[in-house]
Design a protein around this ligand. Sequence first.
Ligand code: SAM
Length: 244
Amino acid sequence: MKIDIVTLFPDMFLGPFQESIIKRAQDRGLLEIGLHQLRDFTTDRHRTVDDTPYGGGAGMLMKPEPIAAAITSVRRNNPDAKVVLLSPQGEPLSQQLAQEFSAMPGLILICGRYEGVDERVRTTLCDYTVSIGDYVLSGGELAAMVVVDTVTRLLPGALGSSHSAADDSFSDGLLEYPQYTRPVVFNDLAVPEVLLSGNHAEIARWRRQESLVATARTRPDLLKTARLSDKDRSYLSRMEERGQ
Ligand code: SAM
């Protein structure tokens, strides 16, 4: 997969993209990342990328022409890529959307700055507008890193054989069950007995129930859309009856 990122601050990406899973995915040829300085696509002497908003108001907006030129140029080497504008006004990034992105041949991520981006960029140049949460960042760079990270771990082979993204939170619509490692007792708390039993069926049952408990406690909204079996539903009803 090829991901191109159009930004005013390409150096921000150097550390995060040279470590861990994202680095390994690049080394293994699963992921190619291109960083593009937006100012390289300006035509004036001052390399201007922003201007004042029509109608007045505080701050500056990113001009559409350099972004359009950047997309045209980057597309030459990433022809089937979908263009994603990072914006707090976008659709929320979810595991489902990350899965959709990970199946695509390429992405072009556009990072906003200042007060944002001329609306015509979103309406005429972008396939998706994506927000990473209900808060405002200073720029789209951190949001782009979040998209790259979550998409990369879904690329086949990116995590290696020891981990499967299918077990992670949200993959089946629920939060993940609690996990424990050595020591058996820490801060006077012992690892749940069942996890030491070696009984894989019992462990799977316990994990499923704990997933339901964790989700019901902190993200009950997820239960409305999660894939639940009859057993899951009756476990949740029993939980409710017990007032848990
Ligand atoms: N004035 C804009 C608004 O209120 O919606 C906020 C602009 S923000 C200071 C500058 C840039 O940061 C945005 O254009 C966008 O690219 C990025 N950004 C900020 N928050 C974001 C979020 N939650 N998700 C994705 N991108 C975000």
